[in-house]
Design a protein around this ligand. Structure first.
Ligand SMILES: *[C@@H]1O[C@H](CO)[C@@H](O)[C@H](O)[C@H]1NC(C)=O
Ligand SMILES: [Cu+2]
Ligand SMILES: [Zn+2]
Length: 227
């Protein structure tokens, strides 16, 4: 579970102590991610001081409190792009309409694949100095097991499979609730990797399945940068 607190320190105190009244007028918004999925806590610091909370708390989770500077443009939508090479050819675009917790749309096309399913992930590093291998393992900031994109237990980087047609072309169009282009879960500066084989989404029943999905070698990769 992650708690992202923005705006003034006064709002921070009000939330953590639960009593201080924020001095500044206006709405303070606290972003909370419970169980991998975003929910919102609104705090209205204006005279009425209405508070609403919509969360699925799991008290066993670790809470991370992050203070952001109140940038004027902190809620503007972001885009990023990755150009894939290393055996395949393709471009993947990322768009996040409501950062830092809004879902991210991931769309594009990858060519030169073998027909069928291919594991598709965000890997930790944007380092391709030794080809796709130096991109490291799956991006996994919460130290979870490997899983599928719909699973609660998954790496942030686990985007499942993409499917190439008989011409080796895969069209990608998905949205993901964990992938973000800003903040503590940002994937910018990391890599997209497409694998030679299919990702078993953690259901393979062996140790490798819970680590990598047994998706095999790396067919191609690209560094994710802001666009
Ligand atoms: C992806 O799907 C969304 C929603 O169905 C659609 O609006 C968008 O145009 C699609 N993108 C591509 C590249 O096909
Ligand atoms: Cu991978
Ligand atoms: Zn994974």
């Amino acid at each position: 579970m992650m708690l992202v607190l923005r705006y003034t320190l006064w709002a921070a105190l009000a939330v953590s102590v639960g009593m201080c009244q924020p001095r500044e007028r206006g709405r303070h918004i606290v972003y909370i991610n419970h169980n991998n999925y975003p929910s919102l806590l609104y705090i209205n610091s204006a005279s009425g001081g209405s508070t609403s909370m919509n969360t699925r708390a799991d008290t066993s989770d670790i809470i991370q409190l992050i203070l952001y500077p109140a940038e004027q443009d902190s809620k503007r939508s972001r885009s990023a792009v990755a150009v894939l090479g290393g055996g395949v050819e393709g471009t993947i675009y990322f768009t996040q309409e409501n950062p830092p917790i809004g879902t991210t749309r991931i769309e594009g096309e990858i060519n030169n694949l073998t027909p069928g399913l291919h594991g598709f992930h965000i890997h930790m590093f944007g380092d391709l100095s030794d080809g796709c291998i130096s991109a490291g393992g799956h991006y996994n900031p919460y130290m979870r097991n490997h899983g599928g994109p719909e699973h609660r237990d998954r790496h942030v980087g686990d985007l499942g499979n993409i499917e190439a047609d008989q011409f080796g072309r895969a069209l990608v169009n998905m949205t993901d609730p964990l992938v973000s282009l800003v903040g503590p879960r940002s994937i910018v500066g990391r890599s997209v990797v497409v694998h030679v084989g299919e990702d078993d989404l953690g259901m393979g029943g062996d140790a490798g399945s819970l680590k990598t999905g047994n998706a095999g070698g790396r067919a191609g990769c690209g560094v994710i940068g802001y666009a």
